[in-house]
Design a protein. Structure first.
Length: 345
């Protein structure tokens, strides 16, 4: 039969498979299909596999909106991120994505390239429209220290790489311990003091590293030279490295990240100062490329994957169990390579 409009009659349209269709295909009850669709664990493995196979064969897709009405959950996590260009942020996001997927949750990412109170509020509004069960906030700036920044009440939030907010659990690398390891290593080699190229002053992690650098020098009775402030980029490390290369008193440099340390290596090379013969250099992050710098870079290794995994674990614990996890610091380790050595006698 045809219609005057040339459209396919409604009776000829393919009906989307239903839960009942899946139940018949898998030879189980509709209740069993519902349990599998909602991720319940009271279904034996063989039956679950049979139901999932039937879903795949028929092309059945559970109605997520209806499931959210029944369970009160959307099985979706929101991530608000300060920047997508940071090595650490991207590694952390990758781990968050993997952990969320393994737990059966989707991810909605909202970048906030210029973190201000207004933009943070807009980002939360966008996530509210996207219907998420909780939010992981990766904002390294001191923005959250400001008392008039309001985070949403009633929505589970986990904060990564920030001074945070006492209302929410914070997951981070032990920034201070990493800086102490770097400075201690250089002092143990015999350097009288350590110069520091810090990250931006607005950065929480940069502040923690800078404070630990100064405190470690003070504990050893070493005078702290003026800190130089970069912007995390190789270019800023290079420009500040040229300043340090021109000072013959400089024998050891701790850069707050590997990219700035790479700039320092170039500056020292162009200025005729050998690394590590004249100047030892330590970075922070342990980028995958750091072992291929010349010379290979001594640096502080951060376990970004563990930070991402713990942040998802803490958020889902609150979403599914209703209990807040405590703050968590992920330890670091010093990776010693060929960019550090004792000072010349």
């Amino acid at each position: 039969m045809t219609t005057t409009t040339g459209q396919v009659p409604a009776t000829a349209r393919r009906r989307a498979p239903s839960m009942a269709d899946v139940a018949r295909e898998a030879n189980v009850s509709g209740q069993t299909v519902s349990r599998v669709s909602n991720g319940r664990d009271n279904v034996d493995a063989a039956t679950r596999d049979r139901v999932l196979a039937a879903m795949a064969k028929l092309g059945y897709r559970p109605n997520s909106a209806a499931r959210a009405l029944r369970t009160g959950r959307f099985r979706s996590i929101g991530v608000i991120m300060f920047t997508l260009s940071s090595f650490g942020n991207m590694r952390t996001l990758d781990a968050i994505t993997t952990a969320a997927t393994d737990a059966g949750y989707s991810l909605t990412l909202i970048p906030v390239p210029h973190p201000t109170k207004g933009e943070l509020s807009v980002a939360f509004d966008r996530l509210a429209d996207a219907a998420v069960d909780g939010v992981i906030l990766i904002i390294e700036a001191h923005l959250l220290d400001e008392s008039d920044v309001e985070l949403p009440g009633g929505l589970p939030v986990v904060i990564v790489d920030s001074s945070g907010d006492e209302r929410f659990p914070a997951i981070d690398t032990d920034q201070a311990h990493g800086a102490r390891l770097a400075v201690q290593h250089l002092l143990d080699l015999g350097h009288e003091t350590v110069w520091h190229i810090a990250g931006p002053g607005r950065s929480y992690s940069a502040t923690r590293r800078r404070e630990a650098w100064a405190a470690t020098l003070a504990e050893h009775g070493a005078e702290a030279p003026p800190a130089l402030e970069g912007d995390w980029s190789t270019e800023s490390g290079y420009e500040l490295g040229l300043e340090l290369a021109a000072n013959p008193a400089v024998t050891a440099v701790f850069a707050a990240n590997d990219q700035m340390a790479l700039g320092v290596l170039r500056a020292m090379h162009e200025s005729g100062r050998a690394v590590p013969g004249d100047v030892s250099v330590v970075g922070f992050d342990d980028m995958s490329e750091s072992s291929s710098f010349w010379p290979p870079l001594t640096t502080v290794h951060q376990f970004f994957g563990e930070v991402g995994r713990r942040s998802v674990e803490a958020l889902l614990h609150e979403v599914e169990v209703g209990e807040r996890r405590d703050d968590s610091l992920v330890d670091v380790e010093l990776v010693v390579r060929q960019s550090t050595a004792p000072p010349r006698a």
